[in-house]
Design a binder for this molecule. Structure first.
Ligand code: PMP
Length: 404
């Protein structure tokens, strides 16, 4: 039952009934349309968080609404004893976008997609894994074992597996850590939760060469970068000579519905055998219908091009402000980090919210932007107009919050 009367009441009810796993208080949101969100008091926001890269088409996109409505009215779910058409069609479509033969395992989240990759790694018969410092792969125990953020790991040690974390972007460190016993190397093509960190040119290619020479699988976590976010269907496709063994997807793929995928190629696609893995909702027809609607819309509306265009416009516009709090802008496509000259990102986030603009602060000195892929000139202009005032106000008190 939804019985919202305002921000205060919804926040109080949230505090009573839900576990506080991210920090308090959170902004109560009751409605979304396109790039706009409304809180329970009726205040309007321009959404540059986009569900942390989930809302690829913004909120309530008519094509997604139509696809989901149609699917749930005809077949909402069947058990894994049966096969429905939407997961088959979505897997075929994904493989077509990858341009390679492979196999897809559907699940419900990014963490789960990485659990699938973890199991595929273990099925090689090797146990050692290499991941990156600052990397984020999810909160379930296997995904957390791969995550390179100590504060998130510590309460849960010992974590499964035998994982070595190496500095991100350092090919020499990677080469030194990978041995003939290494099952897999997992890398985000751009580190999202760490603040839109882009590795040096040639890093992914080096990772491919290193893993190929020792027989380790190269797993690319494209949960945040995939499905058009960076202006390519998958970010690795922007890097010459990089063909991963496994790619994990989630977030934007479901257009707002819970949908993850572990996509494997070559020998990695043959390792998972009957009895090894599974989940009730994996391949749910409604989630997969949403996924197909997202992919179709990205293609039909030329959104990869739009991402590149609006990304440039944002980067140039932000750096062109010459504001003293802005150091530089990094990231790829519409996964951007404004690196500040001072650790005031939580304050900037709060000031932005007060001004009706939603951004996110994944690090003390990084303001992250992940607007919908179909964002237009007007919204980018509105953002750029508001930003100087928001940065000025950012020095004022405010408590930041993070999210995934
Ligand atoms: N991998 C990456 C790169 C992510 O950014 C995230 C979420 N921020 C995850 C995995 C985990 O996804 P989920 O929250 O859907 O489990």
């Amino acid at each position: 039952m939804s019985n919202v009367v305002g921000n205060q009441e919804l926040t109080a009810r949230w505090q009573n009934a839900l576990m506080n796993n991210y920090g308090t208080p959170r902004l109560p949101i009751v409605r979304g349309e396109g790039t706009k969100l409304w809180d329970a008091d009726g205040k309007e926001y321009l959404d540059f968080v986009g569900g942390i890269a989930v809302n690829a088409l913004g909120h309530a996109h008519p094509v997604v609404v139509e696809a989901v409505s149609r699917q749930i009215a005809s077949l909402g779910h069947v058990s894994n004893l049966f096969v429905a058409e939407p997961p088959v069609a979505l897997a075929e479509r994904l493989l077509q976008l990858f341009g390679r033969d492979g196999k897809v395992y559907f699940c419900n989240s990014g963490a789960e997609a990485n659990e699938g990759a973890f199991k595929i790694g273990r099925l090689t018969g090797r146990t050692h894994m290499v991941a990156t410092e600052g990397g984020f792969h999810g909160r379930t125990m296997g995904a957390l074992a791969l995550t390179g953020q100590p504060g998130k790991r510590e309460p849960f040690l010992p974590l499964p597996g035998d994982v070595t974390h190496v500095p991100y972007g350092d090919a020499q460190a990677l080469a030194a850590a990978v041995t003939d016993e290494t099952a897999l190397v997992i890398i985000e093509p751009v580190q999202g939760e760490n603040g839109a960190v882009v590795p040096p040119a040639g890093y992914l290619k080096a990772a491919r060469a290193i893993t190929a020479s020792t027989g380790a699988l190269l797993v690319l976590d494209e949960v945040q970068t995939g499905v058009g976010r960076t202006g390519h269907w998958f970010e690795y496709q922007a890097h010459e000579g990089v063909l991963p063994d496994v790619v994990t997807l989630a977030k934007g793929l479901g257009g707002g519905l819970p949908l993850g995928a572990t996509v494997a190629f070559g020998r990695a696609a043959e390792l998972l055998q009957p009895g090894h893995h599974g989940t009730t909702f994996g391949g749910n027809p409604v989630a997969c219908a949403a996924g197909l609607a997202v992919l179709d819309t990205i293609e039909n509306e030329g959104l990869l091009q739009n991402v590149k265009r609006q990304s440039e416009k944002l980067r140039d516009g932000i750096e062109g402000l010459g504001h003293e709090l802005i150091d530089f802008v990094r990231g790829a496509g519409l996964l951007l980090g404004i690196v500040l000259t001072e650790p005031l990102a939580p304050q900037v986030q709060q000031a932005a919210q007060d001004a009706g603009l939603l951004v996110n602060a994944p690090a003390p000195d990084v303001v992250r932007l992940m607007p919908p892929l179909n964002i237009g000139d007007d919204e980018v202009d509105a953002f750029l107009r508001a930003l100087p005032g928001v940065l000025d106000a950012g020095a004022a008190d405010g408590d930041g919050r993070s999210g995934e």
